[in-house]
Design a protein around this ligand. Structure first.
Ligand SMILES: Cc1cc2nc3c(=O)[nH]c(=O)nc-3n(C[C@H](O)[C@H](O)[C@H](O)COP(=O)(O)OP(=O)(O)OC[C@H]3O[C@@H](n4cnc5c(N)ncnc54)[C@H](O)[C@@H]3O)c2cc1C
Length: 553
């Protein structure tokens, strides 16, 4: 058996684990980082992410005329989170501390490490339509120049330097199966060494065991991610308020996001709270070139596509693209079908479809201004979107509505959609578009969006009738439910120390990132304002690293 010791053991080489390890190495502590995946997966999910970060009152916002403040953000956060349980004590405290961080030092802390931001701020989760309810009052979604790899890069660079100095040691293909508990304190981890793997990043790897290991340390930091890659666990935890768990879902995260380590921490006495809170999307596409099993890609939609359920009913307010993820999910699941449809046209897809994921955004990921300009001004949508239009099994493209609806029915293998009903809805909508002061709430939203320079430039098509052939062809997209983030997690105090079921701290045990619900066991409450997950990993990883460092040499 391989036996090693260090000042601290970090389980997971994703963003939160890396940040915790870096903070510790900065104080001269020796850290072992274990991960079940091979080294190619350095950075975990963060590498695949779009690198969208929630920031408040940033210079980027101010330059675009956006007036934001810590108080406005905190009000939005509370309306969105809907904290309503005794278990929300620590999540709420984490949330408030996090909003202070995003309105304070987050940007400058990252910037000092070389992190850069694209100057146009996105407007995600526009909300439920009331000042006190869910949603961002203003655009706050800042895309990292370099997307996910650009978020990971500063931490990878620093971690590699610490590795050279002998302060950090990475143990890849080491899967933790147990936390070692001695007299109520966590003193280490043990598990299996898995066979080596040269699989490319994100590809599922084998679980063949070739040895075992035990690691000892004064602290163990669980940074193992959420449950989104384990669809059975997602269904098991699916809350009644969102209807029945979907039978068909696509996976928005790699297979290693298996939730297993959260169960292992629970077995060692850690308290898991808010397990019924999750953040899954309604605009999932089956990836035509999958990397991980059942790989789904999320569309980040602009506001103009019309949204219909499986039977061709238009989704009611506030279920417009990009407004209120969980209300839309709840509504879709109440229809008895686990998919829905967008209907749009070439002008809308060109300007309004972005796909989440670093590999789907070669312009931002590759830091190419040429490609970014082509995205804003080109006649076609960005190449990855056009590729989905061409090869993706969820797309139907036609020159007229009868052919489009026939194609949609063929795709769904049903006759649920009636041409006449859909035609009536689209014509009614198109009849509202000529007036700036329409009575259709979605059209009002489109004009509102165009009032914000950032959306006008890059995210919202000039209002026009969907059926106008000059804007064709028509496009329909079948939207699947896509799993992504776990909002609940291990309950922690502001030092990231894990509680047990009696409300006592378990000495030696810490949890960060998605495994801790991004802080406290669920700092988002029920819903998220977006771009808050990577930030939650940074903030909680940093808190854990600093708090473990205070334990002394
Ligand atoms: C496509 C995509 C786009 C996204 N876009 C955004 C965005 O724009 N903005 C945003 O804020 N968030 C985004 N996210 C979410 C964000 O990337 C994740 O929530 C975050 O990176 C999670 O980091 P983590 O450190 O908690 O866990 P992970 O990145 O999941 O890392 C956990 C690591 O722990 C390892 N591990 C697990 N169990 C064990 C075990 N038993 N033994 C050893 N190792 C183990 C895993 O192999 C993994 O490497 C996106 C995610 C994806 C997938």
């Amino acid at each position: 058996m391989e036996k090693l010791s260090a000042d601290a053991i970090v389980v997971g080489a994703g963003l939160s684990g890396l940040v915790a390890a870096m903070e510790l190495a900065d104080t001269g502590r020796k850290v072992i980082v274990v991960d079940q995946e091979p080294e190619q997966n350095f950075g975990g999910q963060a590498f695949w992410s779009l690198g969208g970060l929630f920031l408040v009152d940033s210079p980027e916002q101010r330059r675009l005329g956006i007036k934001d403040s810590r108080d406005l953000a905190w009000r939005d956060w509370q309306g969105t989170a809907g904290f309503d349980r005794n278990e929300d004590y620590w999540p709420r405290r984490w949330a408030e501390a996090y909003v202070d961080f995003v309105a304070g030092e987050k940007r400058s802390w990252l910037r000092a490490m070389g992190h850069r931001i694209f100057p146009i701020v996105g407007w995600a989760e526009r909300g439920g339509g009331a000042a006190t309810s869910h949603g961002n009052s203003v655009p706050r979604f800042h895309i990292t120049w370099g997307t996910g790899p650009g978020v990971v890069e500063p931490f990878e660079r620093r971690a590699r330097a610490a590795e050279e100095k002998g302060l950090i040691r990475f143990l890849w293909r080491h899967r933790v199966d147990r936390l070692v508990v001695v007299n109520g304190a966590v003193t280490g981890v043990s598990g299996a060494i898995l066979e080596s793997s040269d699989a490319s990043r994100g590809v599922e790897t084998s679980r063949v065991e070739v040895g075992d290991f035990e690691l000892t340390g004064a602290a163990v930091v669980v940074a193992s991610g959420g449950i989104g890659g384990n669809l059975d666990l997602v269904r098991q935890n699916w809350p009644e308020r969102l209807g029945k768990p979907p039978q068909t879902m696509v996976s928005g995260v790699p297979k290693h996001v298996d939730g297993r380590m959260i169960g292992i921490a629970e077995e060692a006495g850690g308290r898991l709270i808010n397990r019924d809170r999750m953040w899954h999307y309604t605009e999932g596409l089956k990836n035509w070139a999958p990397i991980w099993p059942n790989h789904g890609i999320r569309i980040l939609p602009g506001p103009s596509s019309m949204w219909f359920d499986a039977k061709g009913n238009r989704l009611p307010q506030p279920n417009y693209p990009g407004y209120d993820t969980l209300t839309s999910l709840q509504h879709i699941m109440s229809t008895g079908y686990d998919y829905s449809w967008f209907i749009l046209n070439q002008s809308i897809i060109r300007k309004e479809f972005a796909l989440s994921g670093s590999e789907q955004n070669p312009d931002f990921t590759g830091k190419s201004w040429n490609l970014v300009i082509r995205r804003a001004l080109g006649k076609t949508a960005p190449a990855p979107v056009e590729a989905f239009k061409q090869y993706g099994e969820d797309f139907v493209v036609a020159n007229n509505l009868p052919d489009l609806v026939a194609g949609m029915n063929r795709l769904a293998k049903s006759e649920l959609l009636q041409l006449e009903k859909i035609d009536r809805e689209i014509r009614a909508r198109d009849g509202q578009i000529a007036n700036r002061f329409s009575k259709d709430a979605q059209i009002m939203g489109i004009y509102n969006s165009r009032g914000y320079l950032g959306d006008k430039i890059g995210r919202t098509a000039k209002p026009h009738p969907i059926l106008d052939p000059a804007h064709g062809p028509l496009i329909a997209v079948r939207l699947n439910i896509l799993t992504r983030k776990t909002l609940g997690g291990l309950e922690t105090d502001l030092d990231a120390r894990v509680f047990d079921g009696r409300g006592d701290i378990i000495p030696g045990l810490y949890a960060v990132g998605e495994a801790a619900g991004f802080g406290g066991g669920g700092m988002h409450g029920y819903r998220a304002l977006e771009g808050t997950f990577l930030g939650g990993c940074l903030f909680s990883g940093r808190a854990a690293g600093r708090s473990v460092a205070r334990l002394g040499p």
